[in-house]
Design a protein around this ligand. Structure first.
Ligand code: PEP
Length: 243
């Protein structure tokens, strides 16, 4: 499977920041991994035009319905129409800020697949869940609830993002990352068979140029979902080079 470096710009970026894509395209020209940028929806179609063929562009969320009376929301078909190839679903900030549950993420995943988008489904434990020794149970249950049945492993991506590591500068040990990624591979294999070997498993949470190489060398880590360090092409480019 091809490795994936995915950048989540969150609620950051106006027209001026699109120039980062030009710089990124230069770095990426020398790499053999897939690169995805998920800008805010306001920049999506311009980012897709600017990124050309070398960088994939994705949404940060979609609504489960195809269209209708959902003020402020965006459907998967609309993302696709704007040039997106991927969409992040179930990010912990969506789960916290908008009360998204595993069931919400599951129906959004169905919608994304129906629109021809590749969903990046996020899971991750809170600090209190880790302290209580519940991490593996939480991940198992989030995966079971967030993914629809009958998927082919190549049709989606899973990102393990410990909530306590997002934007904090704190990172799990490599052992902790490996333990969760091994569990995820086993769970997906149990559910979707050997096609689960084709599912890219990303780590996300305070990935920086300085820690990317060791995280990428960890078993069952097939790439990263990067927030803060994806905003500058110099940082994200260094992470891409480490993959
Ligand atoms: C994220 O938002 O998905 C993320 C991992 O953020 P950061 O890299 O800033 O921790």
């Amino acid at each position: 499977m091809r490795k994936l470096a995915a950048g989540n710009w969150k609620m950051n970026g106006t027209s001026a920041e699109l120039s980062e894509l030009d710089a990124l395209a230069k770095v990426h020209a020398e790499s053999s991994v897939d690169v995805l940028i998920c800008p805010p929806a306001t920049l999506l179609s311009r980012a897709a035009d600017r990124a050309g063929n070398s960088i994939f562009v994705g949404g940060q969320d979609c609504h489960a319905a195809k269209s209708g009376a959902h003020t402020g929301d965006i459907s998967a078909d609309m993302l696709k129409d704007a040039g997106a190839t991927h969409v992040i679903l179930g990010h912990s900030e969506r789960r916290t800020d908008h009360g998204e549950t595993d069931a919400t993420v599951r129906v959004k995943t169905v919608a994304a697949l129906g629109a021809g988008l590749l969903p990046l489904v996020c899971v991750g434990e809170t600090e209190s869940e880790r302290d209580a020794g519940d991490t593996l149970d939480v991940i198992r249950s989030q995966l079971a609830g967030s993914l629809p049945d009958d998927l082919n492993g190549a049709d989606f991506v899973v990102a393990y993002e410990p909530v306590w590591a997002i934007g904090t500068g704190r990172v799990p040990t490599l052992y902790q990352i490996a333990e969760v990624h091994e569990l995820m591979r086993a769970e997906l294999t149990g559910r979707f068979g050997s096609s689960a070997n084709e599912t890219p498993l990303l780590y996300g949470g305070s990935v920086k140029p300085g820690n990317a190489a060791e995280i990428f060398a960890t078993s069952n880590v097939d790439g990263a979902l990067v927030g803060g360090a994806s905003l500058k092409a110099s940082d994200f480019g260094a992470i891409i080079q480490a993959l």
